[in-house]
Design a protein around this ligand. Sequence first.
Ligand SMILES: [Zn+2]
Length: 442
Amino acid sequence: MKVHAIGGYSEFGRNMTAITVGKETVIFDVGISVDNIIKLQEKGHDADKMSAKALYDAEVIPDDREFFKKYGKQVKAIVINHAHLDHVAGVDKIAGKYKVPIIGTAFTLEVLRQKLGKKSRLHKRLVQLNAKSTYKITDNLSVEFIYATHSIPQTVMSCLHSPEGRVIYAADFKFDEHPVIGQKTDYKRLRELGRKGLKLLITDATRVDREGRTYSESLVKNMVKDTFAFINTKNKAIIVTTFASHIGRLKTLVRVAKQMKRKPVFLGRSMFNYINAAERIGICNFTNKAMVVHPRKTRSVLKRIEREGREKYFMIMTGHQGEPNSMLVRISQDLVGFKLLPEDLVIFCSETIPSPVNEANRNLLMKNLKNKGARIFDEVHVSGHAAREDMREFLNMTKPEHYVPCHGGLIKLSSAVKLATELGYTLGENTHLLQDRQELEI
Ligand SMILES: [Zn+2]
């Protein structure tokens, strides 16, 4: 069995891993680097209109060129674990040449369909697979989807069943005991696979350097409510910014808005797109309870909010990382006809994803908000990634013969390998530190 670390092993983002068994190969995830997309946008480029070659050069998509030359013809399927851009958004640029089924859950495929646009030839290759189900790829290989919790609906872990043993690819996940939507991670199945024998476990290492556990998304409801305790919100705007794809979080915010007797309003293109994808497959229904604003109607809705009274509304919008052109950034720069007033409340239901681009953008946004006298509440948030003690339990639960961390730079991956050595694994023998474009035989 060979493990191909194609992308996401030398930096955070543009994840792509492949497993070869005999003469057959399966790819897991084809993501983008969100950071490098933002850099392109800041230079005025539109990544959707750029060629694959230009996107390789800009380090936006994983560099699978060498891999494709050697293994392209024997790839049998592309499996996508969840719909975050760093796992799925590279599909439209590089998946076409493999000419194989692209397997994902309903929500993942719905997000992918939006990204592909109507004319893409890839639509006919999309294969929906639900959690707790298995898809036969070839006579020798099948993939099983296992329920997992994360920060986007219908995330799964994938188990590849092969004549040389089983592989679980688990990027990304957390262990949430009280998920706001969807089911808990299927611990029973993971233990069962561990008992039957697991050849290899691959996990993301995003948060493995944080001690302790990652707590449940259900805590966020009280965190948001407590944000307003003792505060006189009369005549004040309430603006919450969070991850547009985090449908469970959006559900919580709608509930809090209703309790505060304010009308929830979703603003920003990504909010509109993700909510539409979620509603189309029936996992939420915000349209009845909230205003989901079409990007073209933004100005008129914001005018209406100013006219009718900002205290009647609870605005939920894009912009938590200070992304250029996001709604909160445009509001902070007076570009959309809504004027922030002193003591308006701005709540970041997010944490800054650590990268120089995000940190610079966030600093600028904070400065603009503070100049306007807004009251800022930062990190009203619970992470979607497993922390160190979660990861330890995962390894205990599944007892893989080999462990490989992915999705992080050298520091994160080393931290995960160190954890494995604490559990008796040996670096280079049964836990492995891979970098982009490296190959490992086990
Ligand atoms: Zn993710």
